[in-house]
Design a protein around this ligand. Structure first.
Ligand SMILES: [Zn+2]
Length: 173
């Protein structure tokens, strides 16, 4: 992918991150190119998941690779994903490329099944546990305009927002 376009990652504070993304209806070459660019942008940012709003594109597209290039078959493209089943509870530290340098414990379902479309528009279901389940939930949340900080305590969230505002004022965000 030598002609990949690397998109800069949009950070917390940009309204595109907090509004529901638009469904994808055209499964064309433009979509395939965008998905390839999203993988490259995600790897460039050292992430294991990326949703289109994080590159400023408000469309329901997410890419995941929890192996970070180790296993090409682990590359997952989710178009118009919906979580159709979830079970259990799992608390683990979570971060987000759009909220760099911060991490918090977030409670998520232990196991989820997502229904989504691939780049050709074909529907499929994918079930994941633990880290994959967490990524599926985190990225689907992004497409619904939801960030993980909305799933932590108000106290921790306010503290985090205060620190971010400071960084913004200092021009470091
Ligand atoms: Zn994120």
């Amino acid at each position: 992918m030598n002609d990949a376009m690397i998109y800069p990652i949009v950070k917390f504070g940009n309204p595109v991150l907090e509004k529901p993304a638009e469904p994808v209806t055209a499964f064309d070459d433009g979509l395939k190119k965008l998905v390839d660019d999203m993988f490259e942008s995600m790897y460039e940012a050292h992430g294991v998941g990326l949703a289109a709003p994080q590159i400023g594109i408000s469309r329901r597209i997410a890419v995941i690779d929890i192996t970070f290039k180790e296993d090409p078959s682990a590359k997952l493209v989710l178009i118009n994903p919906e979580i159709i089943h979830s079970e259990g509870r799992h608390i683990q530290t979570e971060g987000c490329l759009s909220i760099p340098e911060f991490r918090e414990n977030v409670a998520r379902a232990m196991k989820v099944t997502v229904r989504a479309q691939d780049v050709e528009g074909r529907f499929f279901e994918k079930t994941g546990e633990e880290l994959l389940a967490r990524a599926l939930q985190h990225e689907t949340d992004h497409l619904n305009g939801k960030l993980y900080i909305s799933r932590i305590s108000a106290l921790k969230r306010d503290l985090m927002k205060r620190k971010i505002r400071k960084l913004m004022k200092a021009g470091e965000w």
